[in-house]
Design a protein around this ligand. Structure first.
Ligand code: HEC
Length: 131
């Protein structure tokens, strides 16, 4: 019986690690690799490539509206699905970030949508740098 209990506990723990929401530090690394050249090390839009870009890279510390972080909008901008709200085409697409395992993520509509883990991690990071 004890053996059975510890086995099922182990399985539950494995299941939990696989679907846990990534934390901000995981996204911070992806941010440094993919975004900081333009959006700057602290997200303020002052990266080394930003100098003569037009339109200028956005200040990513100002994404929240009235304290609400617009997860769905930010996700669709990063994954290139919807750029209709952007004035320019200056931001590249990030196919690599769409690879790998998906995790269930509530993007604000209460529905858990399977989301590639790198995207969810970036989202957690961006959310963490809002004021
Ligand atoms: C080559 C430069 C460049 C890189 C790299 C880049 N961006 Fe951008 N980004 C821009 C520019 C320029 C804009 C301004 C809008 C446009 O393209 O018209 C923008 C806009 C955005 C916006 C919209 C902000 C708003 O207020 O609507 C988000 C969110 C964003 N970027 C996130 C990211 C993330 C996350 C990464 C890394 C995965 C990234 N960007 C990488 C140049 C870049």
């Amino acid at each position: 019986m004890i053996r059975f209990l510890s086995l099922s506990l182990g399985l539950v723990m494995v299941a939990c690690t696989q679907v846990s929401m990534p934390e901000a530090p995981e996204g911070a690394q992806l941010y440094t690799e993919n975004c900081s050249q333009c959006h700057g090390p602290s997200g303020k839009g002052d990266g080394p490539w930003a100098n003569d870009m037009s339109p200028a890279p956005s200040d990513l510390t100002q994404l929240s509206v009235d304290g609400d972080f617009p997860r769905a909008r930010v996700l669709s901008i990063i994954d290139g699905y919807d750029r209709t709200g952007l004035p320019g085409q200056a931001m590249p697409k990030f196919g690599d970030l769409l690879e790998g395992d998906t995790i269930p993520l509530d993007v604000g509509d209460g529905v858990l949508t399977p989301t590639p883990r790198p995207l969810a991690a970036l989202l957690a990071y961006l959310e963490s740098i809002q004021p």
